[in-house]
Design a protein. Structure first.
Length: 1016
């Protein structure tokens, strides 16, 4: 079949040019992302219950929905929930095979079944698919020395400009509240007219009405009939009649309340500082990208918009905090440079061992293979991202192997006097099958890696997918286009000094290789002729294998999930006890902001402040100062006397997120669980290397529990629900209408002025408990104070209540100091936890990185076994020999020796990426052995030499291509050692394993074949 490409060269040239053009087009237009798309069947159900405590949210919202979901859904992996003040969040993760759209419909159906059982004040639950990609791609903050109102006025126009960018799905704004109209009612006026605030809310709500009534037919014409009594202005609100006075005259809203037209109460503030400047109040815009759009194009347009905005609003400062598109462009540039360097190094290595002309052809095969792989990636719906770019560089050292074998074969055939076409045919006849087998053994190992589940599997999926397409492309290039390129010969004349110089280099190289072949053949002769040398080799390998396993077992080579990466951005989170005010959190952050202003390595920072929590995004000047900055910040907070708790976290490396150490604690009695959880928290805080330890059961929220006397409530003609509604409307307020102002919907909120000295609408509930007790309630028997119907208790409650599969759970989490390995912390914890009194009354399990690492490691081991099985299949098909297959596979477990010793010598951990490197190594190390065995068996079939001569001559004849393919693969991996620390162990595992494997290939395989390969 390949002969057609030899005889019809013009068609082959046309095919090559066509594929190059298509590949270039695809390369430019293929979508580019910062990270690979992660698709996990996860659905979140969110229900807002404004003003409710976490306990009320759990009991009244989370529990009913959660129980229905557990009862009604199928194929659920796990359900977890968080009940916080005012909001319930439930997360359902389905099995990987579940159709997410169908699952979303089923979740909505189950939620609808309990919707009527939820509190009337709770908003309708919303269910939506959780997307790992739903992250802002561009974040910019604006601040000004001028009044903040000027920023507020600018925000809407800035938002519109960003929304007009092609590919933007939405823009989120932080630091400015929504417009709101507030009706503040005087409680004395309510009492004077025998009104409850609930009655007033109902009256206003029933007045703001608009809905269709039907239609009538008059004189043959049909008319739609509707009521349109919407409230359209402040005057409309003020003129709503709420009751009548004793004299019968109407009482309007304006008679008992005042209306404020302004902003909703601030729930957050944002402050920005750049280059050590004083923090200014700021507004932050987060831009989200639509699925399928090129991130570099979207953020490029956003950058240009910021430049224009800065020009239009020169009195304001625009600071870009996140620019994922620019990061992707930088990654592409950096990795492209690494790729070019790798190609250059590979060409140099090949020129030293093969020849300049041949090395140039091999070098050309790299971009050709890449272009073909881009076509495959594009057609399969993949994108170009950091992981796939890394995989492309990883593949450079792999894809030239096939081309090297073909080029070397053609060169050798030409040296025997064959014509170009004859040399190509002879080479393809001899080497096409082993080249295909060698490529397939590498390729099939990556197939199981593309099936790994979970976040980690989705995260690294771009690596196997990219390498599979690159290897397929390299096989096409090696078998079809490399022979075509080999027919191009540079004109050689006696006058050409360059040609003469190249000929001299070729002669010296060939002489050197010939000497190396003789040396190798002599060493092999000695090994095969002397039994003790063979025994020593095998015994030594077994000893090294045992030592390597011992290095891991003894902890000399440590294990971790993903190594820490370099970073130039970090986050500081702060927490105050629940119930704290916005001003409290703001004041607690002032010392932190002053510290950051003076810290030399800080480029800028943005503080996002909420009543009881805050986060500060810190942009550093360089990645080199990341680790030191973390240490300095933590030291500062350790000496800080603030009552706020601070946590400093770098960006997550790999797919992990959150604290690396995480422990879930459950038990039959929740009080016992929380008590023991505090003891466990103390233990974790005392472990070496832990920092920022937290417990989800921290009782920091203050709550006033009202115990209504049911009998007294009924005696005054009310019920508990009615009284609760009255009190809630007075304390929290209620939304009673919506106005349209300048095309914007504005909520109308009714609140009671419990605080008679309030200065703004968000301070109307700043009162003492005595005022709450005196709250007047209108009953059929007259007005009474709330206090006569209740007893109250002030107590601490959990600000957040977690569930796993319906059961309460307490989570202890901790970050780790720089250089600390999670497995060491877990080992130390496990050795001490049993000393805690009562720990046998609870159950605990590791989450976080430990859980992810265990799950991923298990799947990776399965992928390794499946990969080896597939390699077996390819080899048995190629050789039709189980014995020869075992000879070749024997280098796989022994290749682990090189991997572990490489990690040990260079101080790297046995991370997930290192294990990924070993799995990849399985398919790589057998390639040289395949061609070696193929040549030896070919000589054996000729029957003209002794068995030993066949082994020695066959091995010596393949010395050069074996060394070249090994050196090119290793050379291709070298630049990866200087990229991200996360991926360094992968490259090191392949390099060290491959270098050790070449010794096995050159000496162990011939020895095994000599001893047991005489007959099949």
């Amino acid at each position: 079949m390949l002969d057609i490409f030899i005889t019809k060269k013009r068609f082959t040239w046309f095919t090559l040019i066509f594929l190059v053009i298509v590949g270039l087009f695809v390369m430019v237009n293929i979508p580019k992302e910062s990270m690979p798309e992660i698709q996990i069947p996860i659905i979140g159900v969110t229900t807002a219950y404004p003003g409710a405590s976490s306990l009320d949210v759990e009991e009244l919202v989370t529990n009913p929905i959660e129980k229905q979901l557990l009862r009604g859904l199928q194929d659920v992996k796990d359900i977890s929930s968080n009940s916080n003040e005012g909001i319930s969040s439930i997360t359902i993760e389905f099995e990987a095979s579940v159709d997410i759209d169908q699952a979303l419909r089923e979740v909505n159906d189950e939620v609808d079944k309990v919707k009527n059982d939820l509190p009337s004040d709770a908003l309708d639950p919303t269910a939506q698919e959780f997307s790992f990609d739903d992250q802002p791609v561009f974040v910019v903050s604006i601040s000004s020395q001028e009044a903040f109102t000027q920023l507020s006025d600018t925000a809407e126009s800035v938002e519109d400009i960003f929304l007009d960018i092609n590919g933007v799905s939405r823009v989120e704004i932080a630091g400015i509240p929504d417009r709101q109209m507030t009706i503040i009612v005087d409680k004395k006026n309510l009492s004077a007219h025998n009104l409850n605030i609930s009655d007033l809310a109902r009256t206003i709500g029933q007045t703001d009405v608009s809905f269709p009534l039907g239609s009538i037919v008059q004189d043959g014409v049909e008319y739609n009939v509707s009521v349109d009594n919407t409230v359209g202005s402040i005057e409309d609100l003020e003129n709503i009649i709420v009751t009548s006075s004793s004299s019968g005259s109407p009482v309007y809203v304006r008679d008992i309340a005042r209306i404020e037209d302004g902003l909703a109460p601030y729930t957050s503030w944002s402050r920005l500082s750049t280059n050590g400047s004083q923090p200014q109040q700021a507004i932050t815009f987060s831009i989200f990208k639509q699925v399928g759009f090129d991130i570099t194009k979207v953020t490029k347009d956003a950058r240009e918009a910021v430049v224009d905005l800065q020009s239009d609003f020169s009195e304001m400062e625009f600071i870009t905090l996140i620019d994922s598109g620019n990061d992707v462009a930088s990654d592409i540039t950096s990795l492209t440079n690494s790729a070019l360097l790798t190609i250059l190094l590979v060409v140099i290595v090949l020129s030293l061992g093969l020849g300049v002309r041949e090395s140039i052809i091999a070098g050309i095969s790299v971009p050709l293979s890449f272009l073909l792989s881009f076509i495959g990636l594009y057609l399969s719906g993949n994108t170009i991202n950091f992981i796939s770019l890394f995989a492309l560089i990883l593949a450079i050292g792999l894809l030239v192997d096939a081309s090297v074998v073909i080029i070397e074969g053609i060169t050798l055939a030409r040296s025997k006097g064959l014509s170009p076409d004859e040399a190509i045919r002879a080479t393809l006849k001899e080497f096409a099958a082993p080249v295909i087998a060698g490529t397939l053994t590498t390729l099939v190992v990556f197939i199981p890696l593309a099936t790994l589940s979970g976040v980690t599997g989705q995260f690294i999926k771009s690596i196997p997918m990219t390498i599979i397409f690159v290897l397929l492309g390299s096989l096409i290039v090696a078998l079809i286009f490399v022979p075509l390129l080999s027919t191009i010969r540079l004109p050689k004349t006696k006058e050409s000094k360059l040609s003469q110089w190249l000929d001299r280099i070729d002669s010296k190289r060939d002489a050197t290789i010939e000497k190396l072949n003789i040396w190798y053949a002599n060493k092999l002769e000695t090994l095969l002729s002397t039994k003790k040398y063979g025994k020593r080799l095998i015994s030594g390998l077994i000893a090294l294998f045992v030592i390597s396993i011992t290095l891991v077992g003894a902890g000399l080579v440590k294990s971790e999930f993903f190594p820490a990466d370099e970073f130039d951005q970090l986050t500081i989170t702060a927490e105050l006890p629940q119930g704290s005010q916005l001003i409290d959190m703001s004041e607690a952050l002032i010392p932190v902001e002053e510290f950051l202003q003076k810290y030399d390595s800080v480029k800028s920072f943005v503080s996002r402040i909420r009543p009881a929590s805050a986060d500060v995004t810190v942009i550093l000047k360089d990645t080199s100062v990341g680790d030191q900055s973390i240490a300095d910040f933590r030291a500062f907070f350790a000496s800080n006397t603030s009552r706020a708790d601070f946590i400093v976290t770098p960006p997550a490396s790999g797919p992990s997120a959150g604290a690396p150490f995480s422990l879930d604690i459950t038990g039959a009695d929740y009080d016992t669980v929380t008590t023991i959880a505090e003891d466990i928290k103390d233990l974790v805080e005392g472990l070496e290397g832990t920092t920022d330890v937290q417990s989800s059961s921290a009782s920091t929220a203050l709550g006033i529990i009202l115990d209504l006397d049911v009998k007294k409530v009924k005696d005054v003609g009310l019920d508990v629900a009615t009284v609760s509604s009255m009190v809630r409307s007075s304390l929290y307020g209620s939304e009673v209408a919506t106005l349209s102002r300048n095309g914007e919907d504005v909520d109308v909120v009714l609140v009671s002025a419990l605080n008679e000295n309030y200065t703004q609408s968000d301070t109307t509930n700043h009162v003492s408990l005595d005022v709450l007790r005196a709250l007047p309630l209108q009953t059929p028997q007259g007005e009474i104070p709330l206090g006569v119907l209740m007893q109250e208790e002030i107590r601490g409650t959990n600000p957040s209540i977690k569930h796993t599969d319906g059961d309460r759970v307490v989570t202890i989490s901790s970050y780790l100091e720089d250089g600390v390995i999670l497995t060491d912390v877990i080992t130390e914890f496990s050795s001490q936890v049993e000393t805690i009194e009562g720990v046998d009354q609870v159950e605990w399990s590791f989450g976080g990185d430990a859980e992810a690492s265990a799950e991923s490691g298990k799947e990776l081991m399965i992928a390794l076994l499946v990969g080896i099985f597939l390699v077996f299949g390819v080899l048995i098909f190629q050789f039709n020999s189980v014995r020869n297959t075992f000879f070749i596979i024997s280098v796989v477990p022994l290749g682990l020796i090189g991997v572990i010793f490489g990690l040990f010598v260079f101080g790297q951990t046995l991370s997930f990426t290192a294990m990924l490197g070993f799995v990849a190594l399985v398919g790589i190390v057998v390639n040289n052995s395949i061609i070696l065995i193929d040549v030896i068996t070919g000589l054996q079939k000729e029957g003209t030499r002794s068995h030993k001569e066949n082994v020695i001559q066959g091995s010596a004849s393949r010395l050069r291509p074996i060394l070249l393919t090994t050196l090119t693969t290793v050379t291709g991996m070298v630049p990866l050692l200087f990229t991200s620390p996360v991926w360094r162990p992968l490259a090191l595992a392949i390099i060290s394993g491959l270098l050790f494997a070449v010794v096995l290939t050159l000496f162990l395989i011939p020895l095994l074949f000599y001893k047991w390969g005489r007959k099949e």
